[in-house]
Design a binder for this molecule. Structure first.
Ligand code: JHZ
Length: 422
């Protein structure tokens, strides 16, 4: 464990002054997770003693449209230009994308000559399934390292931060898209209005836009506080999204709940005057959001209270078993794991190391907490007493593939929605 200098970056500089969607200034702050490094800012060994910038991680909710959002916005260039997260190392993710590509093409009545554009296409995990189904594909992503790899593997990808200008330019170069997808990326973009304008520029008049994002009801109900990090600027419910699309002559035509990432919504939108009808599921979601009291401060205050309890319970449990002489490691060097460990002050005093399936992350150290990351095979070799599941969203896949570890007495610690041992 090294002790580098942590530098707090002035909160004022990045503070939000109005709601990202409706521009109201009635922002109610309810949870402060402290100062943290950027969530995917994994560190090379040679940089461990360098100054590490820590930014405020606080959440508020707009009391006009009830969009939950971060109170501070860290510039995208700092977070996404060189990116280490890729979805394709998880079987669960790949099955999810396979199903998504099939469903989306059906909803949009797409033909083989239609263009499908994926915003935030990362390593082309989703586009690879569209390609397999024979349609034309184009990815747009800002991470230079990942875009290079995607193009080498035959996934046509343009390197850019998506915006209105990029949308207009892309339409001129490639024509209209029948389907535009955006999984886990709209919540990451500050100027959401520019994004919708860019989508409008590229979308065919009878096309569909499909986005996925963690659903705020699941996040609150299941205490998924570690999904709150600097990359995730917005935490979507359906009601604020309907409002956003309406501002631009578009309508939400369907919403389908997905089990991925602790509960996600897949939202379909199209032009107001297109042929698509609005599915009754859309109003069911809106009703549910009222029943769940997303329009009341107490819902958010209660959530913040539970987060503090989780922290206390987890830290005292880890300290106790460590004192008893047990060995503990982390499983999954996820962004959410970096939030959990930084918020709870979990360093190498408690976790010996973390294992992860992403080769880009091997040999690096977690931001802030400086825990070394190794390939998953190290779990087999060392058989620690406990593995703290830092990617609880893939619990099923991870627990299933580590049967041998469990047979030898190894146990998994799961933190979300509450502390349990498997
Ligand atoms: P995972 C990322 O968040 C970043 P993270 C991003 N901001 C986002 O929105 C969400 O995804 C959706 C590893 N793993 O998906 C791989 C194993 O080691 O929870 C990953 O490093 N073995 C775009 O980083 C990590 O766990 C396995 O068997 O919080 C999972 O990261 C499996 C299945 C995964 O996302």
């Amino acid at each position: 464990m090294t002790s580098n200098t942590k530098k707090k970056v002035t909160a004022k500089k990045y503070e939000l002054t109005a709601c990202r969607i409706c521009k109201s200034q009635k922002l109610y702050p309810f949870l402060d997770l402290g100062y943290m490094p950027i969530p995917n800012g994994f560190i090379d060994k040679k940089d461990l003693n360098k100054v590490e910038l820590n930014y405020p991680l606080r959440v508020c909710v707009c009391e006009n449209c009830w969009l939950m959002q971060l109170q501070h916005v860290i510039p995208a260039e700092i977070m996404f230009k060189n990116y280490l997260y890729v979805p394709s190392t998880s079987k669960t993710m790949m099955n999810h994308f396979d199903q998504m590509s099939e469903e989306t093409l059906k909803v949009a009545h797409a033909r083989k000559d239609n263009l499908i554009i994926d915003i935030g296409s990362n390593d082309g995990a989703l586009l690879s399934f569209f390609k397999k189904r024979g349609v034309q594909i184009l990815g747009i992503d800002p991470a230079e390292n990942i875009v290079q790899d995607a193009n080498k593997r035959g996934i046509r990808t343009k390197c850019a931060f998506f915006s209105e200008e990029v949308g207009i330019e892309t339409e001129k170069e490639f024509g209209k898209a029948k389907v535009i997808t955006a999984t886990n990326v709209i919540a990451h973009i500050d100027d959401i209005h520019s994004v919708i304008k860019g989508i409008k520029a590229m979308l065919h008049p009878q096309g569909v836009f499909v986005m996925e994002a963690p659903y705020v009801i699941d996040l609150i109900d299941n205490n998924e506080f570690d999904t709150i990090y600097h990359e995730h600027l917005s935490y979507f419910a359906i009601r604020p999204l309907i409002k956003l699309f309406e501002m631009y002559g578009m309508k939400v035509i369907d919403v389908r709940k997905q089990n991925i990432h602790g509960g996600t919504v897949r939202v379909y939108a199209a032009f107001e005057n297109s042929n698509y009808e609005v599915h009754p599921r859309v109003s069911n979601f809106v009703t549910e959001e009222t029943l769940k009291k997303l329009h009341l401060r107490t819902t958010y205050d209660e959530f913040a209270r539970r987060v503090k309890v989780i922290k206390q319970d987890l830290v005292s449990f880890l300290k106790r078993i460590k004192k008893e002489g047990r060995s503990i490691i982390g499983y999954g060097a996820s962004a959410k794991g970096n939030v959990l460990t930084n918020y709870c002050g979990i360093t190498t005093e408690l976790l010996n190391f973390i294992v992860d399936s992403t080769s880009y992350k091997h040999g690096k150290y977690t931001p802030g907490t400086h825990i070394p990351i190794f390939p998953e095979s190290k779990l087999e070799k060392e058989t620690p007493d406990y593995a703290l599941l830092l990617s609880w969203n893939f619990a099923e896949e991870i627990i299933e593939k580590n049967k041998k570890y469990r047979e030898r007495g190894g146990q998994f610690i799961i933190t979300i929605p509450y502390l349990k041992i498997v």
